[in-house]
Ligand binder design. Structure first.
Ligand SMILES: NC(=O)c1ccc[n+]([C@@H]2O[C@H](COP(=O)([O-])OP(=O)(O)OC[C@H]3O[C@@H](n4cnc5c(N)ncnc54)[C@H](O)[C@@H]3O)[C@@H](O)[C@H]2O)c1
Length: 274
């Protein structure tokens, strides 16, 4: 029988009651890892963990808590070690998508998005890295970025800023954590079909697939695949990097409507990004 990729390993995944984090926790558990699954909505965390356990036959515990609070994220590491005896993989997935016109954006909204996206990921990474250093056999850290760290999107300035910061955090920490055998990378998803996005726009998939060169929107499993790769032995020499999973969205730039575009029958939907 082939061994599962993450047998005898344990992982933390934040913001995983639904959406991308849920897919990451599910795949890790299905591939043998014991998973601490966090969500700010405690009932959602518990229900998700129960479902994952029953469908994969693995070990998954649901833990409520807001990643914006430093003591809470430190508690995830303590709890994972109490439950599983050790920690190998830490995925800072929880993030707050915060839209707003720059001219009217409030201090309160700014603080909240920074606290969830940056403070939460920074201090969870610190707590996990301290444990990995003490454990002495390396570790994997994956931060959840976004395409908005690479391409400009209107009305999402503060959020985009936090995601670019996380990618720089991964790069910078590669220096401090590398000597301890710890890799730290980020994954930048493009538009992904999650319950939140479908709630905001029931035609989300149709709208977004038109502007992607691959003509598809991402599924949560597409993002989870990249995270699991970075957590796997196949990626043990990769650190400080970002994998963009966006069906090609960030690869092109808008072009003006000119005659030559018609001559070459450039696809209308790829000429500009609205
Ligand atoms: N969905 C996308 O299209 C997309 C695109 C680019 C980047 N991302 C990033 O991927 C990550 C996951 O995105 P998603 O769309 O699946 O998330 P989401 O907004 O659907 O939230 C997933 C879960 O996280 C929980 N959560 C929210 N705030 C939390 C907090 N402070 N502490 C703990 N849990 C919290 C929610 O209750 C929810 O169950 C985020 O970091 C997001 O910025 C998502």
């Amino acid at each position: 029988m082939t061994q599962k990729r993450f047998e005898n390993q344990s992982a933390i995944v934040t913001g995983a009651g639904e959406g991308i984090g849920y897919a990451i926790a599910y795949q890790l558990c299905a591939e043998g890892a014991s998973v601490l699954l966090n969500d700010i909505v405690a009932d959602r965390a518990e229900a998700a963990a129960k479902k994952i356990q029953s469908e994969t036959g693995g070990t998954c515990i649901g833990v409520g808590g807001d990643v914006a609070q430093v003591e809470v994220v430190r508690g995830f590491v303590t709890r994972a070690i109490e439950e599983f005896g050790k920690l190998d993989i830490c995925v800072s997935n929880a993030g707050l998508t915060s839209w707003g016109d720059f001219f009217d954006y409030t201090e309160e909204d700014f603080e909240r998005v920074l606290n969830v996206n940056m403070r939460g990921s920074f201090f969870l990474t610190q707590a996990a890295a301290r444990h990995f250093r003490e454990q002495g056999n390396g570790g994997r850290i994956i931060l959840m970025s976004s395409v908005t760290a690479h391409s400009a999107v209107k009305y999402i300035a503060a959020y985009a800023m936090t995601k670019a910061a996380l990618e720089m955090l991964a790069r910078t920490l590669s220096l401090e954590l590398g000597p301890h055998g710890i890799t730290v990378n980020s994954v930048a998803p493009g538009s992904t079909i999650t319950p939140r996005n479908l709630n905001d726009d029931p035609n989300y998939e149709k709208h977004w697939e038109q502007v992607h060169p691959l003509r598809k929107a991402m599924q949560p499993d597409d993002i989870a695949n990249a995270v699991l790769f970075l957590a796997s032995p196949a990626a043990d020499k990769i650190t400080g990097q970002t994998i963009i999973v966006d069906a090609g969205w960030t690869t092109y730039s808008p072009a003006p409507d000119m005659d030559f575009a018609q001559d070459y029958e450039l696809d209308d939907t790829l000429k500009g990004r609205g």
